[in-house]
Design a protein around this ligand. Structure first.
Ligand SMILES: Nc1ncnc2c1ncn2[C@@H]1O[C@H](COP(=O)(O)OP(=O)(O)OP(=O)(O)O)[C@@H](O)[C@H]1O
Length: 249
């Protein structure tokens, strides 16, 4: 089931549109979403999650339309979204918050509670399951946000800067998790990030957005092959990326 943006235009209130006639069909597997600050990455992901709806055009997943009231519940059950800012729910423990996320996506209480344990285990938060979520550090809260996306076993995960604020060990664990999620399952994952080391090891597809437009979409190898041949392996991603984007407007 593929996420499809058709001719989407979107503006925040009383602002210039961030996206104009934006077209994109997300490929299967694991995609990295790159782009300068303000390029529109979070906006694209929030539209994909149906947290926002386009002013014109449409976002669909299979036959489901993100803006159609009758489709919304089914649509959201199929998508897991990690927004850039994750809010602790006052009074809830870490496990309760993960379970609550599953319940809001249509799991019954027992399923949500059971699956929350597995999700916390996958992000290595089991030890903190009984802690109040508002007592977590920024990086721990982000891992809880990832767990919240995993509880209901969505078909597509939209992760907005999931590794921001994670220490190197946790970044490695996240990388393994992405490998697990995409190997042998039909889960598609989109990761927006500014951290581009190990690109080729993790992601099958690269998507670059600049000023609300897709400026590159293709295989990771094709992306890296755009670098001049003399470029050292360590500089490849940065060299290609800089050749594609203009930066903040
Ligand atoms: N809630 C909002 N209200 C008004 N303008 C917004 C809002 N959120 C984002 N914008 C504007 O929309 C544009 C795109 O922002 P967006 O957050 O989608 O970019 P981004 O590529 O995710 O950036 P970053 O890499 O800095 O997170 C920017 O010009 C930003 O200032």
């Amino acid at each position: 089931m593929s996420l499809h943006y058709r001719s989407c235009t979107f503006a925040y209130r009383r602002r210039e549109p961030v996206l104009r006639e934006f077209d994109l069909r997300l490929p299967p597997g694991c995609t990295v979403l790159l782009g300068p600050n303000g390029a529109g990455k979070s906006t694209v992901l929030s539209l994909g999650a149906s947290a926002r709806t386009p002013d014109a055009g449409r976002v669909s997943l299979g036959g489901l339309d993100s803006a159609r009231r009758a489709d919304r519940r089914s649509y959201r059950q199929r998508v897991g979204w990690l927004p850039q800012h994750i809010a602790p729910v006052p009074g809830l423990t870490v496990r309760e918050q993960a379970a609550y996320a599953g319940w809001t996506k249509g799991l019954n209480k027992r399923e949500a509670w059971d699956r929350s344990a597995t999700a916390l285990d996958r992000v290595r938060l089991s030890d903190l399951a009984t802690r109040r979520s508002h007592h977590l550090s920024g990086g721990q809260l982000r891992r809880l946000g990832i767990a919240q996306c995993l509880v209901h076993e969505a078909e597509i995960l939209l992760l907005d800067e999931p590794t921001a604020g994670l220490d190197p060990v946790q970044r490695g664990i996240f990388r393994d998790l992405i490998g697990e999620l995409t190997a042998g399952t039909s889960t598609d994952v989109v990761v927006s990030t500014h951290q581009t080391e190990d690109l080729a090891d993790i992601y099958r597809t690269v998507l670059v957005i600049d000023r609300g437009q897709v400026v590159f979409q293709g295989g990771t190898d094709d992306f890296l092959a755009l670098a001049p041949t003399a470029t050292t392996p360590e500089r490849r991603t940065e060299t290609v990326y800089r050749s594609l984007v203009q930066g903040e407007g």
